[in-house]
Write a protein of this length. Structure first.
Length: 418
């Protein structure tokens, strides 16, 4: 792709989003959040900065924010004189974390047109710009380079099939050259970058290990969930999609009276949850229905009808099913692993997630094709406590081995600052 095609494509997509916003609430939020944003920044941003150096962190969405959070908070602790700007591309991140108190200013990232990028960088004047995992925006990178900002990508992961490593990927390779340093997750990524002449890179691992380790160390007690759990083996279902529940519901019905389950949907849709409740043969209660007057022990399934609790739920589980792999892609399994529980997920779309591949090879996780395989795995974990605990220990040890990425990144930042 040439620069001309890229610039045209960005402008076209931005225009199409305005049309799509008429039919999609999520897209509508993103469009509304960008309208007038540059004018607002121009009028007020530098007044709020008040002469401080700006460190800009950009995350695509909520998952990337959680991945970058340890670095944001470590940077703020070590360089408290800096003003922290946090931007999101997606409403899924911005709408959930727009009140995050670890940043001084939070907003959407304007579309990566040449005019927007030039104006944004001129207004913000960042000394450091951090891009988390997959974010590569040509116009922003070019303007940042011109401005003299230090540009860092971290928790980045590359695969051989990406455009950077193809014969026609020259334009995208050029983007990588704008970074002052790229911190990658694994050795394969490092080898791929070296193979195309990118040398300003090093192995730092995945900052999500630092994040989930911190979550486990400061986990929130949920006494009402503990009452529900009682003494039966408990399965935590994290980020469940419809495709996951098609497999899970017959499995839960099979283990009725034997297994309890706490189900956290990926998105909260009352009608969908209502249909799941009809199909599950055990007694189901919503989290919002729990109260001191309700005997939660009597219920088989607890459905979490809010966002933000999942990372604290895993402490109450004996095993975890993580959703997404039967659909768009596996969700975060590290949050479950840090609590030392064995993990199971669908076998369709997990291969690009290094942690999933690693934990399968270590026998801490299992990928299943259908309800019959899932029944077999859960039956083994219910009946053989030692096997279940051994798999959980594998996962907990894996997390312990992976922490430390944030320190590596911050040490390099200190060098850059001189």
């Amino acid at each position: 792709m040439s620069e001309v095609i890229y610039q045209s494509a960005i402008s076209i997509v931005a225009s199409l989003m305005r049309v799509a916003a008429l039919f999609n609430q999520k897209i509508k939020l993103g469009v509304a959040g960008r309208d007038g944003l540059l004018d607002e920044l121009e009028n007020s941003f530098q007044k709020q900065v008040n002469g401080r150096s700006v460190a800009w962190f950009h995350a695509a969405s909520l998952g990337e924010f959680e991945q970058g959070r340890p670095v944001i908070e470590a940077f703020k602790a070590q360089f408290p004189d800096h003003f922290i700007l946090l931007t999101f591309f997606s409403p899924s991140g911005y709408e959930v974390r727009k009140n995050y108190n670890g940043a001084d200013y939070i907003c959407y990232l304007p579309w990566d047109t040449a005019a927007n990028a030039k104006r944004f960088v001129k207004i913000v004047q960042p000394g450091f710009a951090f891009f988390i995992k997959y974010e590569f925006w040509y116009n922003y990178l070019r303007e940042l380079k011109k401005s003299g900002a230090r540009i860092i990508s971290f928790s980045t992961i590359f695969r051989p099939d990406q455009i950077f490593f193809k014969r026609q990927g020259g334009f995208f390779k050029k983007m990588l050259g704008y970074f002052d340093h790229i911190f990658v997750q694994n050795k394969q990524s490092l080898t791929l970058l070296h193979g195309i002449g990118v040398q300003q890179c090093s192995l730092a691992g995945d900052t999500r290990f630092d994040r989930v380790s911190a979550i486990a160390a400061h986990v929130k007690d949920l006494p009402e969930v503990a009452v529900f759990r009682d003494n039966r083996p408990c399965l935590i279902v994290g980020s469940a999609w419809a495709a996951d529940m098609q497999v899970l519901i017959p499995v839960l019905n099979h283990f009725k009276g034997v297994l309890k389950a706490i189900i956290a949907p990926h998105e909260i849709h009352a009608d969908e949850i209502g249909q799941w409740r009809k199909e599950m043969s055990g007694k189901t209660i919503l989290y919002s229905e729990l109260s001191p007057n309700v005997n939660a022990k009597e219920y088989d399934y607890l459905v979490i009808n809010n966002i933000g609790m999942l990372s604290s739920l895993y402490q109450y589980g004996d095993m975890a099913y993580i959703g997404g792999a039967f659909g768009s892609g596996l969700h975060n399994i590290l949050e479950a692993a840090t609590f030392g529980v064995p993990i199971v997920f669908g076998n369709k779309k997990y291969h690009k997630f290094q942690e999933a591949v690693d934990l399968i090879s270590r026998k801490g996780a299992v990928a299943v094709a259908d309800k019959e395989e899932l029944i077999g795995i859960i039956d083994q974990w219910v009946k053989a406590q030692e096997i279940r605990k051994q798999a959980g220990s594998v996962n907990k040890n894996y997390i312990a081995e992976g922490v430390g990425s944030t320190d590596i990144i911050l040490n390099e930042v200190k060098k850059m600052k001189g």
